[in-house]
Design a binder for this molecule. Structure first.
Ligand code: EPU
Length: 302
């Protein structure tokens, strides 16, 4: 979608919102897939309510983009614009065991920064790509931990109330790769309470997780992490592997040879290729095991 209305363009600059026209989302997602649209880069949280009122009034559909690492975007010209927070510097502020982190902060850098200040707990998340806001929304987790356990406060734009609010961690339900945030809530900042640990001990935990990840996941390839959630008591990766589907492909969309729940883009896969592969693998698992796999990857295809 392209925004040409001069009045809207003027309002954006008054709100300190930068418009980038005709951005290829394939370049903003870890899968390297996605069509084209306008991107609105938000520099100040305070401008969000007015910006969204303006977009809604002008019937401009929009979606919030985090780090693009768990996302499959449709092909071609998209019918909505994308909003993204601009990373501020510094994006982490520490006070005792509390870390206040901007949603746009890089997750891995945040884990490392906290570690250097003897704050641990998040070692498992070290190799998870994306922003802190994205990790928060999805309740990202790995190696026995999940970010939700450390959340004490969240600053968000509550779309239903059309305003910025601060809510306590206890008001949010964090489940396996799912939270109680509404789909159109926009994460702005989070306060984490992290356990004190000596840096060397945290570093050791980080090294172990990195090693496990390197040995089992296709890290150098374009992917969105695991495509399906694990069904209760089972492993989606193991089931797909048992069906002999590693390497199975549609166009340039492949089931990874390394981890069967990672689907990789080996060249110029389209969203259509990837979605066809996801549906095909899902059907095969359903037929063989009687289990309907639920997608973990977020799909923006409509
Ligand atoms: N397995 C296979 N073949 C495969 C992949 C896995 O047999 O191709 C087996 C493994 O040998 C193991 C079991 O399946 O016995 C589980 O595999 P793994 O330890 O790799 O964990 P996972 O359940 O596949 C989950 C998360 C990952 C997270 C790892 C490590 C989900 C959907 N995936 O994977 O998270 O990194 O544990 O904690 O919960 C993600 O969310 O995007 C993600 C990558």
């Amino acid at each position: 979608m392209r925004i040409n209305d001069t009045k809207l363009l003027e309002s954006f600059s008054q709100l300190d919102v930068e418009l980038r026209q005709g951005v290829a989302l394939a370049e903003m997602t870890s899968l390297g897939i996605g069509g084209t649209t306008d991107l609105l880069r938000i520099k100040k949280h305070e401008s969000i309510p007015e910006l969204l009122d303006l977009l809604d009034f002008n019937h401009v559909l929009h979606r919030f983009l985090g780090g693009g690492s768990n996302l499959l975007v449709g092909d071609g010209e998209l019918s909505w614009v994308v909003l993204q927070l601009v990373r501020s510097e510094p994006d982490v502020a520490l006070e005792g065991n509390f870390a206040r982190v901007d949603a746009a902060a890089d997750l891995g850098r945040t884990v490392t920064y906290c570690a250097k200040n003897n704050l641990g707990g998040m070692e498992g998340l070290i190799g998870v790509p994306g922003t802190v806001g994205g990790a928060l929304r999805m309740n990202a987790g790995a190696y026995g931990m999940q970010i939700g356990s450390y959340v004490r406060e969240v600053k968000l734009y509550r779309a239903a109330d059309r305003r910025i609010e601060i809510i306590r961690g206890s008001q949010i339900s964090f489940e396996y790769r799912h939270t109680s945030f509404a789909p159109d809530d926009m994460m702005l900042a989070v306060t984490l309470e992290l356990p004190s640990k000596p840096f060397n001990e945290i570093l050791q935990g980080i090294r172990i997780c990195n090693e496990k990840r390197r040995s089992s996941q296709p890290l150098g390839q374009k992917s969105a992490g695991c495509i399906f959630k694990n069904p209760p008591g089972a492993s989606a990766g193991r089931m797909i592997d048992e069906l002999g589907l590693k390497g199975h492909s549609i166009g340039d969309a492949h089931v990874s040879d390394r981890h069967a729940n990672f689907f990789v883009n080996t060249g110029h896969a389209s969203a259509k290729d990837m979605l066809t592969l996801i549906a095909d693998v899902g059907d095969r698992v359903k037929n063989a095991f009687g289990v309907m796999l639920e997608k973990e990857v977020v799909v923006w295809n409509a």
